[in-house]
Design a protein around this ligand. Structure first.
Ligand code: NAD
Length: 254
């Protein structure tokens, strides 16, 4: 039997990068997947890839900044599949490379709204659905190694990802009595559009400098994050909750 046979999973940010790789792996492991993204077109492209190996998935447009959108995303999941077992709250943006004093409150607010409040908005409705379902569940939130440490010109991103870890721990304590496990993943440097598009040479140089100090001196493929998420989402992780797992090639080990 596959790890996620019979499960229904939501993946936010499922139209690209880590979210797409995880949607594909969830489906390969037998889950029916709701691929949610602010870009419906990209979510549909992920669904098409899943259909290629006869997996079952639907695409849903969601802006995680909107509580109403997140509510609708969960309602559509229940309408289509009748249950919700797994949620991977992963949608996020990279933020803006500015020193704190120059950051600007609008830039700050945008990063916090998507990366932190977005995870909160999703969890509110996912938890209600899982509690009502009465069969427990597993939630994984995407933080970052920047949820564990700081980086220059990354104040909002770091704050948002530290916040995701705090939110994960606090809500895990509450949800345990409903059989719901909640964990966070902290990826290091992953090859996705977030890190490979754009022409920010400073960011590129910072990444290369960080990788020279890592245990595994390369960036990761999104699939290497997806493997951890799939395990945390499966019943094999039955005693794992309230934790933040690095998947960073040892970049934070030194
Ligand atoms: N790539 C890395 O090196 C890295 C490292 C650590 C953490 N992360 C985190 O991983 C997550 C996924 O990032 P990725 O690298 O796959 O990037 P990505 O840009 O490939 O994917 C992000 C996805 O989120 C979606 N999205 C953005 N804003 C949204 C919104 N308001 N509502 C719904 N969807 C929205 C985008 O459309 C996109 O499909 C993010 O939370 C990011 O912070 C990435």
């Amino acid at each position: 039997m596959q790890n996620l046979e019979g499960k229904v999973a939501i993946v936010t940010g499922g139209g690209s990068g880590i979210g797409r790789a995880t949607s594909l792996l969830f489906a390969q492991q037998g889950a029916r997947v709701v691929v949610a993204d602010i870009s419906l077109e990209n979510a549909q492209a992920t669904v098409a890839q899943i259909a290629e190996f006869c997996g079952e998935a639907i695409a849903v447009k969601v802006d995680v900044r909107s509580d109403a959108d997140c509510q609708r995303m969960v309602e559509q999941t229940l309408e289509r599949f009748g249950q919700l077992d797994i949620a991977f709250n992963n949608a996020g943006i990279g933020g803006y490379p500015h020193l704190t004093a120059d950051y600007g409150v609008e830039n700050w607010q945008r990063v916090i709204d998507i990366n932190l409040t977005g995870v909160f908005n999703c969890m509110v409705h996912e938890l209600k659905a899982m509690e009502a379902g009465g069969k427990g569940g597993a939630i994984v939130n995407t933080a970052s190694i920047m949820g564990l440490k700081g980086t220059i010109s990354g104040s909002a991103y770091c704050a948002s990802k530290h916040g995701v870890i705090g939110l994960t721990k606090a809500s895990a304590l509450e949800a345990g009595r409903h059989g719901i496990r909640i964990n966070a993943v902290c990826p290091g440097y992953i090859e996705t559009p977030m890190t490979t598009t754009g022409d920010d040479l400073v960011a590129d140089k910072l990444i290369q400098a960080e990788l020279r100090r890592a245990a595994i001196r390369r960036m990761a493929k999104p699939q290497e994050v997806a493997e951890l998420v799939a395990w945390l989402s499966s019943d094999k992780a039955s005693f794992v909750s309230g934790s933040a797992y690095t998947v960073d090639g040892g970049v934070t080990a030194g």
